[in-house]
Design a protein around this ligand. Sequence first.
Ligand code: NDP
Ligand code: 8X3
Length: 256
Amino acid sequence: MSHQKLPTVFITGATSGFGQAAARKFGQAGYQLVLTGRRIERLNALADELSPRCEVHVAQLDVRDATQVSNVVDILPEQFQNVEVLVNNAGLALGASPADQASLDDWHTMIDTNVTGLVNVTHALIPLLLAQPKASIINLASIASNWCYPGAHVYGASKAFVAQFSRNLRSDFAGTGVRVTSLEPGLSESEFSLVRFNGDQDKYNQIYDNTNPLQPEDIADIMFWIAEQPSHININSLEVMPTSQAWDNFKVVKRK
Ligand code: NDP
Ligand code: 8X3
């Protein structure tokens, strides 16, 4: 099959959840894909699935490692250098226990991935994005960027960084073709909650059972809609929850 050469979408964390669904959504529309993540066998399987429809380049990548990130970008085949969409999606939460019971290693891993990793990838790809007449950076923040809940401590703070970084990038890129969006989903069903609770399937079930959560395909559809906006439109931030999720009262703790 001959492919019409469309722009490239660079996706971090394409091995699962939102990133994998985004690969399918953009790939089915014919975009070229650069699929990255640490689990290379999953990337290869996804490339096999999608390559009849689009051109795919896979690269094993741990976003925490700035050298790896710049190597992957430096050796991108020429055909994939027209990066028009960056989906900065790789990320994780580890644990949800109160701060005094949290692991410092987990805190560092969340900051290294959600903050440093996202910054590493963004910095490496800015030159390619700026070279396009129209481009989009879609950063996966969270409702936890905007709202507090017990046990969110470093995860929520790392996503608040993503939201504010997105706004600040907008300031710097005003007047260029590069748009930036902070995408802020709420409860969504993916391996996210298995990772968060160290593979505990019972906790995973408790979180999602009877909630009708967002699905990765819902988020991928939204990413695609953001990227496909006419070039004069920038979606600054987009917060989305399942209908079954909403805010609750502030708590007031009575003196004993
Ligand atoms: P998943 O756990 O399904 O996917 C996470 C992806 O991130 C995987 O592909 C994983 O790939 C990748 N990843 C994790 N660490 C690294 C790393 N160090 N280097 C490279 N890739 C990494 O979760 P979701 O799809 O649900 O989450 C995607 C993003 O959306 C995350 O940033 C998450 O915080 C955010 N989010 C999730 C919500 C939810 O409720 N699910 C809601 C709001 C935001 P691999 O392990 O192969 O490297
Ligand atoms: C993931 C959504 O509500 O678990 O970012 O923080 S939440």
